[in-house]
Design a protein around this ligand. Structure first.
Ligand SMILES: [Mg+2]
Ligand SMILES: [Zn+2]
Length: 197
């Protein structure tokens, strides 16, 4: 991928950490396979890493802001030994029926990051495990949308009628509502980003 430097927006649940229904217990935080080294490699290559996450469990009253923060702190602690740090996290706390402007796939969280960190869409890619992540990337005009097959990714790929993945990533034809790249997991997505153009 070029041009550098690249900003990498990452969905949290199902992408960076294993999917758990309304994850709110720091003891249940598990990184997806290879996530630590993958994020470290991207950071070493000069990428800035941002978390972009819908946390409707807050708006639905399933967990508290303190519980959310405890999970975030645990995630940062697990990534620290790898030398991977998120520059910032953009989070939507609203339930789907709240009609907010920041729940992915709406571009509110991107507007926030762009404003605060001077991001350019052509230097930014999004990695996530749901159609909402892909559509978010498209709505924001980002350079690429990567769908990983961890978390809800396999179901999302089936629902979108995407081809079988072989071997670990696949570039797809440009489309307004499908990912540009299909990747086995975050580690494979990272290797795609760092692969020679
Ligand atoms: Mg997700
Ligand atoms: Zn919101």
């Amino acid at each position: 991928m070029s041009p550098w430097p690249l900003n990498v927006l990452l969905d949290r649940d199902g992408t960076v950490v294993e999917e758990r229904h309304y994850l709110c217990d720091p003891k249940q935080v598990r990184l997806t396979p290879g996530a630590g080294p993958a994020l470290a490699a991207l950071a070493r290559a000069g990428c800035r890493l941002f978390l972009v996450t819908n946390q409707s469990g807050l708006g639905r009253g399933c967990f508290s802001q303190d519980q959310y923060q405890a999970v975030q702190d645990r995630l940062a602690e697990m990534l620290r030994p790898f030398g991977a740090v998120f520059t910032a996290t953009a989070m939507c706390p609203h339930a789907p029926d709240a009609d907010c402007a920041c729940r992915k796939p709406l571009p509110g969280l991107w507007e926030e990051l762009r404003r605060c960190h001077g991001l350019l869409p052509e230097q930014t890619i999004m990695i996530g495990d749901k159609a909402a992540d892909v559509l978010f990337a498209k709505a924001c005009g980002l350079a690429a949308a990567v769908l990983v097959l961890t978390g809800h990714g396999r179901k999302a790929a089936l629902d979108m009628g995407l081809p079988e993945l072989h071997p670990e990533w696949l570039e797809l034809p440009a489309s307004p509502d499908r990912p540009d790249v299909l990747a086995k997991d975050l580690a494979a997505a990272g290797r795609w980003i760092l692969s020679p153009a």
